[in-house]
Design a protein around this ligand. Structure first.
Ligand code: C5P
Length: 409
């Protein structure tokens, strides 16, 4: 079961140029198995036709033109009751202001006013508008009224320059909603909560190996996979500790231990594993560190070359695997560019792991800093399980379901 399965998501589209991205957002929400309906303002229809969103969502779109009383309940009340979650994307400064005031002067604002559903605002506007004190006042008001905000981010605006105001990309919205919607919603993911009473340690992000007081060596890891695993494990009932080298928003029920370099991560993990049932090593751990960290900032010298002497880091997964106690389950990742299954099977043995989550990082839809992943689950006793490309949050649920099986087998 996925986070969005059978969830009624109402997409409220207002009139900014980013409204054209509502098509992609609708498609991704449907792909994630949500039921999607759309309400839009007249201004939004100048950027994307209602028909496009009706076809993609497979439901009629509520607009001011179609808004009318029908039967015992008027349209906006019916739609408001139907929604489990309302996503306002893009949200313009104008509608933001109306909602902060509680106006209900069109189909969209009337629907939102009539709904008790969780509301997530995804603003998009010009950077000067976003930083306007009136807009910021309205944002503060909506936050007080329990709206959650995703973005805006900095990036290339329609005005032709880079600044803060850009709407978060649709795929990131889909992931960010699952990050945000921890209270109540996530609990529905695992109906039977197979990990109640279990302690799980997850590592996430890319370790940082210091060079001097201001520089370090790191990698492209975003931490998304590890954080998704921590969320899924919690949703399955586990007590979760996340040993993370990268900070991201996370369910407050998850204990986060932020670490810097590999040796720090190893020490934190070893401490946790004294009492934990499961280790999931999703972090991208640096294989090497700088042999001698400079006490002072390294200065430019006359010559063009700068040579860093590197020494090998401990292998956290292997260390945890070798120290595994009976009943503990150890899970590692394998980012490969060739011979995926063979390399994962070799890693399973070498690192004393029970499960290796293997992905080909050269494949589309997989790997670093993406919202989706395409993995193969390799264990000692079963045939490799190929999981179709999907959101990391969904991949995490599959991995956690398999971990629950391994714990009982
Ligand atoms: O050997 P390789 O780096 O491909 O293995 C990847 C797996 O091993 C990941 O689970 C990663 O977190 C873990 N690893 C580790 N310590 C290292 C290197 C990798 O725990 N020094």
């Amino acid at each position: 079961m996925t986070f969005y399965q059978d969830k009624n998501v109402l997409l409220a589209v207002t009139g900014g140029v980013a409204a054209y991205k509502a098509a992609e957002l609708t498609r991704l929400l449907i792909k994630a198995k949500a039921n999607v309906k759309v309400v839009m303002t007249d201004a939004a229809q100048e950027f994307i036709p209602a028909k496009t969103l009706a076809v993609l969502s497979t439901h009629p779109v509520l607009t001011d033109a179609s808004w009318q009383g029908a039967g015992s309940e008027v349209d906006h009340v019916r739609l408001a009751k139907w929604a489990d979650l309302i996503v306002l994307a893009p949200l313009t400064a104008n509608t933001l202001a109306k909602l902060a005031l509680g106006l209900a002067d069109n189909a969209l604002t009337a629907t939102i006013m009539a709904s008790t559903a969780r509301k997530i605002a995804v603003p998009a506007m010009n950077d000067a508008m976003w930083s306007n004190p009136a807009v910021q006042r309205n944002v503060d008001q909506l936050k007080k009224d329990d709206f959650d905000f995703i973005g805006p981010t900095s990036g290339f605006l329609a005005e032709g320059y880079e600044a803060k105001g850009r709407m978060v990309e649709p795929a990131e919205i889909v992931t960010a909603i699952t990050d945000l919607a921890w209270d109540g919603f996530q609990d529905a993911i695992f109906e039977e909560k197979p990990l109640v009473g279990k302690k799980i340690v997850v590592t996430a992000g890319g370790t940082r190996e210091p060079i001097d007081p201001v520089r370090y060596l790191t990698n492209k890891s975003s931490g998304k996979m590890g954080y998704a695993l921590a969320e899924a494990a919690r949703a399955a009932g586990a007590t979760v500790t996340l040993v993370a080298a990268t900070s991201r928003p996370v369910n407050p029920a998850i204990r986060v231990n932020l670490v810097g370099d590999t040796r720090e991560m190893l020490a934190a993990v070893q401490k946790e594993m004294a009492v934990a049932d499961v280790y999931i090593g999703a972090a991208a751990v640096s294989d090497f560190r700088v042999a001698e960290v400079s006490e002072h900032k390294v200065k430019k010298r006359g010559d063009e070359h700068m040579i860093l002497d590197l020494v090998q880091n401990p292998d956290i997964l292997k260390t945890v695997g070798e120290a595994k106690k009976p009943g503990q389950v150890v899970v590692g990742f394998a980012a490969e560019t060739e011979n995926l299954i063979e390399n994962a099977q070799a890693k399973l043995v070498k690192k004393h792991a029970d499960l290796i989550v293997a992905n080909n990082v050269l494949e589309a839809g997989a790997g670093f800093n993406k919202d989706t992943n395409k993995v193969t689950l390799v264990t000692a006793d079963q045939d490799p399980i190929r999981v179709a490309a999907k959101l990391k949050t969904e991949v995490a649920e599959d991995i956690i379901a398999l971990v629950a099986d391994l714990l009982t087998s």
